[in-house]
Write a protein that binds this ligand. Structure first.
Ligand code: DAH
Length: 335
């Protein structure tokens, strides 16, 4: 009897392998699990077996039945899938695969790069993890100077930090090349900030630096003014306000006319008519000294730009967090 249990099992597996369609499968089921099937036959033979062997044999038959049932079920579900696939209407138009799109910040960054590359600026790069030297010291932030508190820094060690601005790329570039230098440096920056609609612990800046003989404040103003028009239209005005940055002298901050009300005053600009973009100024002589340039011969201007801010204005987005949540419904709207 044991032999026939084994041989039924082996036969069944062979037979299952040669099943080609649902009908074959049904015949196989009847052959083994049907009322006159092999399993029933085994059960009925059980009474002829030695009473002492019956419980063991019974268990084996049960096990065999379980295996056959499971295998048949599995095969059946395979056929069901195949069958439903066969119902596909081949005359239907295909589904267009969804194509990835560029992130709105990438789009704005590319537009800014295009403007400056036409003016002869090339793109420079620096690491997100910076040293105190590049982020502060070489930019004329003296040690323990309160100016360091202007930016809430995320420190890794006492000397290593996440860069709080893209200005360290100015230093890295000037240490590597001689004047003239004409670069922009786009990148991510980090600050210890609680996220809300207008704050994020990381955001994006584009740094600009133009160093040569006889570079003037007038050049800087013209470049920023033209940039505003290029980005937002001919009727956009720029306002320059005196300010302080350790690495520029004189320093200023600049605002664009509010894009939404065109300067009339609205909720977005808090009824001032102006939107803050970032800071700029003439490179401080100490910065030139730190990189080995002669401040008596060389002059230069530098500026920063908040990319997220510009993208929010450009696309009428009222919450900076949307840029970083990777919600496809948001991201797929930009082209
Ligand atoms: N790095 C400054 C900041 O993040 C912005 C800035 C100000 C950049 C003046 C400059 C500049 O290049 O000249 O607040």
């Amino acid at each position: 009897m044991e032999n026939s249990i084994d041989s039924i099992k082996n036969n069944f597996l062979d037979e299952l392998n040669s099943v080609r369609n649902a009908q074959d499968l049904e015949s196989l089921r009847i052959k083994h699990l049907g009322r006159k099937g092999t399993i029933q036959e085994l059960y009925s033979k059980l009474k002829d077996a030695d009473p002492a062997d019956r419980p063991g044999l019974g268990k084996e038959i049960n096990a065999l039945r379980t295996i056959i049932e499971a295998e048949l079920n599995e095969a059946k579900s395979r056929y069901a899938v195949r069958k439903s696939r066969q119902k596909v209407d081949l005359t239907l138009p295909g589904r267009t695969p969804s194509v990835g799109r560029k992130h709105p910040l990438t789009l704005v960054q590319e537009e800014i790069k295009k403007y400056f590359s036409r003016l002869g600026f090339s793109v420079a790069d620096g690491p997100d993890v910076e040293t105190d030297f590049f982020n502060f010291a070489a930019l004329n932030f003296p040690e323990n100077h309160p100016a360091r508190a202007m930016q809430d820094t995320l420190f890794i060690t006492e000397n290593i930090l996440l860069r709080t601005h893209t200005s360290p790329v100015q230093i890295r570039t000037m240490m590597e090349q001689k004047p003239p230098v004409r670069i922009i440096a786009p990148g991510r920056v980090y600050r210890r900030d609680t996220p809300d609609a207008s704050h994020s612990p990381f955001f994006h800046q584009i740094e600009g630096l133009f160093v040569d003989k006889r570079v003037s404040f007038g050049h800087l103003r013209a470049v920023i003014q033209e940039f505003a028009r290029y980005m937002f239209g001919a009727d956009i005005h720029v306002r320059f306000r005196p300010s302080f940055f350790p690495f520029t002298e004189p320093s200023m901050e600049y605002d664009f006319n509010c894009i939404f009300c065109r300067g009339k005053g609205c909720k977005v600009c808090k009824y001032t008519g102006w939107i803050e973009i970032s800071g700029a100024g003439m490179v401080h002589p100490n910065v030139f000294r730190a990189v080995g340039y002669d401040p008596d011969v060389i002059t230069g201007y530098a500026f920063g730009m908040g990319v997220d801010r510009i993208a929010m204005l450009k696309y009428n987005i009222d919450d900076i967090r949307l840029f970083f949540e990777n919600d496809m419904r948001f991201l797929s709207q930009f082209n």
